[in-house]
Design a protein around this ligand. Structure first.
Ligand code: PRP
Length: 189
């Protein structure tokens, strides 16, 4: 890892929290076969670990999108690769790596809801709520994170660092070494 990166969530804490989320999802979806839907690329590591922590049968599917408008975060989304599976009448669990403004998720929720699934819930590993512009119901959250640029465990900076086994923060202008501290998942003290 770059020496001036700081670890925000360790590999062990990620593994523990993903196991907890998998157990919770398995309880909630007992007797059902949810479709886990994910958007390339950032979610791929979280999805791979979460899927193996879920003990009910699942289906998996992927979308690819591009965003444009006023910068990348303009909130206008174009679907480049759509789902292969029909989700009409299915229990859909949408899996995200991170929710920031919520504009991407808001668009995709409206798009998926129009296909009339039996249920549509969101599971995000990271919630950077401080940046939220659109209010969204998120059923499962791994960790709330501060307003720092994060990489690793699927998240990139210019397509690098997705393979770091932990979540790290890029250095902030003027910040000292070793910041910030470890993040705490909701419900933990
Ligand atoms: C991330 C993440 C969400 C989106 C969230 O994707 O996977 O799709 O940003 O941002 P929002 O809440 O502000 O809309 P990113 O652009 O990093 O692409 P990637 O998954 O290919 O890395």
């Amino acid at each position: 890892m770059e020496e001036n990166f700081s670890v925000v969530i360790s590999e062990g804490d990620l593994a523990r929290r993903v196991r907890e989320l998998g157990a919770e999802i398995s309880r909630d979806y007992a007797g059902r076969t949810p479709v886990l839907v994910s958007v390339l690329k950032g979610s791929f590591i979280f999805l791979a670990d979460l899927a193996r922590a879920i003990t009910v049968p699942i289906n998996l599917d992927f979308m690819a999108i591009t965003r444009y408008g006023a910068g990348k975060r303009g909130g206008v989304v174009r679907i480049e690769k759509d789902l292969d599976l029909s989700i009409t009448g299915r229990d859909v669990l949408f899996v995200e790596d991170i929710v920031d403004t919520g504009l991407t998720l808001g668009y995709l929720m409206r798009n998926l809801q129009a296909r009339e699934p039996a249920g549509l819930a969101v599971c995000t590993l990271l919630d950077r709520r401080v940046r939220r512009l659109a209010s969204l119901p998120i059923r499962y959250t791994g960790f709330e994170v501060p307003d720092r640029f994060l990489v690793g465990y699927g998240l990139d900076h210019r397509e690098k660092y997705r393979n770091l086994p932990h979540i790290a923060a890029l250095p902030e202008e003027g910040s000292g070494p070793g910041q910030p501290g470890m993040m705490i998942p909701p419900g933990y003290s």
